[in-house]
Ligand binder design. Structure first.
Ligand SMILES: [Zn+2]
Length: 193
């Protein structure tokens, strides 16, 4: 494992390099986020009809999209949400992996996430205004975006597809809004798009 870093972009890049180095896999989308979680980090991905009913989960925060149980090493994802959107499911897994890599040693054991916590299109606000909780959620979202849509791969595929947004989203198995934001942040969207 590379040295632990708490900067989300670098941490996601390091994790992906670790995975590619250890498993000798080619760099092509989609990024196998579930395999990275399980093979590299030892996390088990499971689905629940209602995460709030799981032991230790908060019942008073509304419905949960995902939850990292760092003690049991399980990433929980909401079954219905996962079925409606495989891209959302992947983003949730990547977000929880972000908590595991970035926050577990210093914070706590359960990371319950409401839908508003897992933002595929989080453009971010001033860090100074964010609470500690919101700051951690934002870091996990940045990590997830970087892990699922690595800059070199996105640049190459954007050119290869002629900046075809739906094609890119499909190729990386992410939602269209998540890919649109990624392209915008990398300044890869044509001026008129
Ligand atoms: Zn979270």
């Amino acid at each position: 494992m590379a040295a632990r870093t708490l900067e989300p972009t670098a941490a996601a890049q390091a994790l992906l390099r670790d995975f590619e180095g250890r498993y000798d896999v080619g760099e092509a989308p989609p990024v196998p986020v579930e395999r990275i979680a399980s093979a590299l980090l030892g996390l088990f991905v499971d689905e629940a009809d209602d995460i709030r009913t799981l032991p230790g989960a908060p019942a008073d925060q509304g419905r949960l999209s995902g939850m990292l149980d760092a003690e049991e090493m399980i990433v929980w994802v909401d079954r219905g949400e996962a079925r409606r959107s495989p891209g959302r499911r992947r983003f949730t897994i990547a977000h929880e992996v972000g908590h595991f890599v970035l926050h577990v040693p210093v914070v706590h054991k359960l990371f319950p996430d409401r839908a508003v916590d897992i933002k595929e299109i989080d453009e971010g606000s001033s860090a100074a205004k964010l609470s500690k909780h919101r700051g951690r959620e934002r870091e996990a979202n940045i990590f997830a975006s970087e892990l699922l849509m690595p800059e070199p791969l996105v640049r190459a595929q954007a050119t290869a597809t002629g900046f075809n947004l739906p094609a890119l989203a499909k190729r990386f198995e992410v939602s269209v809004p998540a890919m649109r934001l990624r392209l915008r942040l990398l300044k890869l969207l044509p001026p008129l798009a």
